[in-house]
Design a binder for this molecule. Structure first.
Ligand code: NAD
Ligand code: MG
Length: 395
């Protein structure tokens, strides 16, 4: 069997490392073509020594030069590229078959779109890219031979529970609703009055999943679920009101599809991202992911609750942005990225993340997102407005 060539964008991250773990379990099927990272050069160098990719991509020219020298000294032929140009090159390279899009945030948009336009099998973890540019992204997908497979555990679950012809439309394939499950994060039961005092360390201590810091804060504020709601609308052709968020603290059911005949299909598994990664790598086949078998008897009980929007105003803001459409989701995403970074730097309180986003969305009306420039301009404008908020109120 010829081995598929895999590019991992964001290889040093939580999803990137899980992807390398699954890929290296199947050396007969996959070969690592390129790895990329923005920081943590020592980790990237170690990944190159282990996996011997053809390319590595870093943030800037100075980093690239230094890494190139070290890899050459170690006897590796890996070529080091840098910047957006380097990322897009390894995402769209003619020799590449599969691209794992696991850069965090808006920075992943261009390389992910490049992979789509080049007709790759695109494994989408970088939900922010789709949230920002949903219509354009789906249009690019239609115009290319790319295959998009969702890595977000919820969307991967929904994909597994939908019929193969779901692109005909939700009503046409008999789907009534999508039930998007959420763990509720570390602050599900924290007294409301204490939320203003929580620290970045507490926010990043997720009860069920081990993830990067940005998505961990998003999970704590439930903005992650808001972004996922928008992601589900684009991936599966659903309207926002057809996606219902269900809090399920055990994170065993990864999401469900409710059909008109009353059947509800669910995908279950241990909370380990290697399951959706292995699913998307091998689809429509199944391969070992290294994840242990689900022990329902040990888990014993599965609970469900309605989300509390007073506690989690970010969820309401995201649903509103989904309904407004145009550049609103891109602005929501950009304001959130600035706010989360400020919270991680202890410049604002946890509860001010939602205040910043609400302020940005109030001050700047959404426009139509007709081309990528519209989206990038909205992103920049929202970052500027969020920066102004920080100038007025931040520490
Ligand atoms: P992470 O912070 O652990 O890793 C991010 C990766 O992106 C790193 O390799 C980093 O070097 C790279 N990166 C960061 N900023 C960059 C920039 N400006 N330019 C180029 N590269 C940059 O994040 P993660 O938890 O692995 O999440 C990655 C993506 O996957 C996010 O979009 C997240 O929402 C999504 N996702 C993650 C999980 C999870 O379990 N971790 C689950 C579902 C979805
Ligand atoms: Mg998810």
């Amino acid at each position: 069997m010829t081995r598929l060539q895999v590019t991992v964008l964001g290889a040093t991250g939580s999803i990137g490392l899980s992807t390398l773990d699954v890929v290296s379990r199947h050396a007969d099927r996959y070969s690592l073509f390129a790895v990329t990272a923005f920081s943590r050069m020592t980790e990237l160098e170690a990944l190159c020594l282990t996996h011997r990719p053809q390319f590595a991509v870093v943030a800037d020219e100075a980093q690239a030069g230094a890494l190139q020298v070290r890899l050459a000294e170690a006897g590796l032929a890996t070529r080091v590229l840098f910047g957006d140009g380097g990322l897009c090159e390894v995402a769209a390279h003619p020799e590449v078959d599969v691209v794992m899009a696991a850069i965090v945030g808006a920075a992943g948009l261009r390389p992910t779109l490049s992979a789509v336009q080049a007709g790759k099998r695109v494994l989408l973890a970088n939900k922010e890219a789709l949230v920002m540019s949903g219509a354009l992204f789906m249009q690019a997908l239609e115009q290319s031979s790319a295959v998009l497979l969702p890595i977000d555990s919820e969307h991967n679950a929904i994909f597994q529970c939908l019929p193969s012809d779901y692109a005909r439309g939700m009503a046409e394939v008999g789907v009534r609703r999508i039930l998007l499950t959420a763990s509720g994060g570390p602050f599900r039961q924290t007294p409301l009055a204490e939320l203003a005092q929580v620290t970045p360390e507490q926010a990043c201590a997720h009860p069920n999943w081990s993830m990067g810091r940005k998505i961990s804060v998003d999970s704590a504020s439930m903005m992650n679920k808001g972004l996922e709601l928008i992601e589900a609308c684009w991936l599966f052709g659903a309207r926002p009101e057809q996606v219902e968020v269900v809090v399920h603290p055990q994170s065993v059911i990864h999401s469900m599809v409710d059909y008109v005949d009353g059947s509800v299909l669910a995908q279950l598994g241990n909370p380990d991202m290697r399951t959706p990664i292995a699913h998307a790598l091998a689809w429509p086949e199944r391969i070992d992911s290294g994840v242990s078998a689900l022990d329902l008897l040990r888990i014993g009980q599965l609970d469900f609750q309605a989300p509390d929007e007073e506690r989690f105003p970010c969820l309401r803001l995201a649903r509103q942005a989904a309904q407004v459409g145009g550049t609103a989701p891109a602005m929501l995403n950009a304001a959130n990225e600035v706010a989360v970074e400020a919270f991680l730097q202890r410049r604002i309180r946890f509860t001010e993340i939602a205040s910043i986003i609400a302020d940005v969305l109030e001050r700047e009306a959404a426009r139509t997102a007709g081309c990528l420039e519209d989206v990038l301009m909205a992103d920049q404008q929202a970052r500027r407005l969020a920066g102004e908020w920080l100038g007025r109120h931040g520490r």
